[in-house]
Write a protein that binds this ligand. Structure first.
Ligand SMILES: [Fe+2]
Ligand SMILES: [Fe+2]
Length: 283
């Protein structure tokens, strides 16, 4: 059965959920060198549901702490600002979107996204000059446009995927034919709507064409590499194209094959933790 095109995805992005307003405060507090663990903790604690989800993540087996961490401030002292900020962002994003929509199960997509986020973060730390801000969030949200398209057109998106796989069309081409734009376009627009940093918006928009980036090319290349590592380690059933690892991006970031093997090993090990994070964040 052919699927009639619906070309109004871009016009409908404003119908999608917004991130909770507390997220902006939390992101700003984590980026402010003068703010203390107490400041960041206070912002997070103001949102009780978010606090509960964050503490469940911190106490999940992924982090493997032997004692229970029961306060946000302790979590920040032990894990650090950036890690806590990343976890809060992941918990908040996962709570913002349903895991299923119109029979379309998005768990696999979120597993792919979390694995990409962790891969981006770890790759960045191995670079000669790490990108201080954005790798985790860019990795987590690089395919948020797919979630957006599923939210807006659950039946059409599922049918389009099945057809594209049957006839071997690359995802971006199938999306453009069906919706008049790709998941990367929609994701970039949603990132703008959420007031995410320009560098992150660009990385989302260009994760399949990082060579076109100009604001922070390294972050766009990193999102591209994190995406590929997630697929290579088995996170994501619907690979978007037959392309192998993006060699140009890997070289631009100064990553070696040893680095990649190290990160792949860590991401593969994180499997049970990633599943747990998705489940816990939704309780
Ligand atoms: Fe993608
Ligand atoms: Fe992806």
């Amino acid at each position: 059965m052919s699927v009639g095109p619906v070309r109004d995805a871009i016009q409908r992005v404003h119908e999608l959920p917004t991130l909770p307003s507390s997220m902006a405060q939390i992101l700003n507090a984590a980026n402010d060198p003068d703010s203390s663990a107490l400041d960041l903790g206070r912002f997070i604690a103001a949102d009780q549901a978010l606090t509960a989800a964050m503490l469940r993540l911190v106490n999940s087996s992924y982090f493997g702490f032997h004692r229970q961490i029961s306060s946000v401030t302790t979590a920040i002292v032990i894990l650090g600002f950036q890690e806590v900020r990343n976890l809060v962002f992941a918990a908040s994003t996962l709570r913002t979107f349903p895991l299923e929509r119109g029979g379309y199960d998005m768990r696999d997509l979120w597993r792919h996204s979390l694995a990409s986020a962790m891969a981006c973060e770890r790759c960045s730390r191995l670079m000669r000059s790490p990108i201080s801000d954005g790798p985790f969030i860019a990795g987590l949200l690089h395919d948020i446009g797919k979630v957006a398209l599923v939210m807006l057109y659950p039946a059409e998106y599922g049918r389009m995927l099945t057809q594209a796989q049957l006839i071997g069309t690359e995802l971006a081409a199938a999306e453009a034919a069906q919706f008049g734009c790709t998941h990367a376009d929609v994701g970039g627009l949603l990132g703008e709507q959420w007031n995410l940093p320009d560098t992150v918006v660009e990385a989302i928009r260009l994760h399949h064409a990082p060579e076109q980036s100009s604001v922070e090319p390294r972050l766009a290349h990193l999102a591209c590499v994190g995406d590929a590592i997630a697929y290579e380690t088995g996170y994501g059933a619907n690979k978007e194209s037959a392309a192998a690892l993006p060699v140009d991006s890997i070289l631009k970031l100064g990553l070696t094959s040893d680095h990649l093997e190290h990160v792949k090993g860590k991401i593969a090990e994180a499997g049970p933790g990633i599943n747990e994070l998705i489940g816990l964040a939704r309780d």
